[in-house]
Ligand binder design. Structure first.
Ligand code: SF4
Length: 304
């Protein structure tokens, strides 16, 4: 259950691991319109300009939930787009009036990380801003361009390295199936994603997080229209698992402290462990699921 206050407008999204966070609206909607994403279609993007009003929301939450709040998640789709001094101000305010607060996080687009200086990111981390959740989707620049992600492998690598350097934890989300069912394109999507994972590895031993999700083509999106016209054919569940296998297979055996998690409800198989430590075990389990459809999560139980 989330703690909610203020003028959040439906629909509201947050990462699964923020299920118990206080959700505070800093922006409304998302800065982008990726072709596969239906999350914020009903919202026109805006930034809340009145910082005192946001603080008032946080104060109301502190009066209401007080000691229970351990996490704050800045909404909406890309709260990281706002100026660093605003994020720093709001983060400091959260810690000031929420006595048990341990974590402040937000969704972030790679571009909005790269546009902030190393110094700004460091100050943000020092203020207590803890983690960014970045929808990477793919390491393949062609896939990123086709889905209008507005970034590329080099920029995402830079964003990750800047976060590692500043001390902001990195949680990267990939999207299996985004290249469609063409075997060559699907394989390239997986290999380039593995390459990006390898390039994002922190130079020092700190924890970082990678979570692949699986595409579901949703009504109201450009991808839905492409599918209806026969321009996009989704992968079968076997192809999705093969993609996951290739992605893991091509990751470096030298990766450390990379928490790898496919527990999201959209996936056919739950894996949780550490790359590269659990790589062989992951591959064994995926191989079993490729051979045996009975061990896969059935489609009717898959969620977004
Ligand atoms: S995938 Fe992320 S960046 Fe793209 S529209 Fe959806 S929320 Fe925004």
């Amino acid at each position: 259950m989330n703690y909610v206050v203020g003028n959040l407008t439906d629909p509201v999204f947050r990462p699964p691991s923020e299920w118990n966070a206080l959700l505070i609206a800093v922006t409304n909607g998302c800065t982008r319109k990726c072709t596969f994403c239906a999350m914020y279609r009903t919202k026109k993007f805006s930034v809340r300009k009145d910082i005192e009003e946001i603080k008032q929301d946080i104060k109301i939450a502190a009066n209401f939930y007080g000691n229970q709040v351990r996490k704050v998640f800045f909404e909406d789709g890309n709260a990281f787009v706002v100026k660093p001094e605003i994020l720093i101000d709001l983060t400091k305010y959260c810690y000031k009036i929420l006595p048990n607060l341990k974590k402040v996080s937000a969704y972030a687009h790679a571009k909005d990380i790269v546009s902030k200086s190393d110094e700004d990111l460091k100050r943000l981390a020092e203020s207590g801003f803890t983690m960014v959740y970045v929808g990477i989707e793919s390491g393949d620049d062609e896939v990123l361009e086709a889905c209008h992600k507005g970034t590329n492998q080099d920029e995402i690598t830079l964003a990750a390295q800047k976060c590692h350097k500043a001390g902001i934890a990195w949680s990267g989300i990939f999207l299996l199936g985004l290249a469609g069912n063409n075997p060559e394109k699907s394989k390239k999507h997986a290999i380039e994603s593995a390459k990006l994972i390898n390039r994002m590895a922190p130079p020092t031993p700190i924890k970082w997080y990678i979570s692949p999700l699986t595409l579901r083509v949703t009504p109201g999106t450009e991808l839905w229209t492409q599918k209806s016209k026969g321009e996009f054919q989704p992968c079968s569940s076997t192809q999705i698992l093969e993609e996951l296998y290739t992605m893991i297979e091509y990751t470096s055996d030298d990766l450390q402290n990379c928490i790898f998690n496919t527990n999201h409800a959209s996936n056919y198989l739950n894996l949780k462990g550490s790359l590269a430590k659990d790589k062989k075990e992951f591959l064994k389990r995926i191989e079993l699921a490729i051979k045996n459809p009975n061990v896969r999560r059935p489609d009717y139980l898959r969620g977004l």
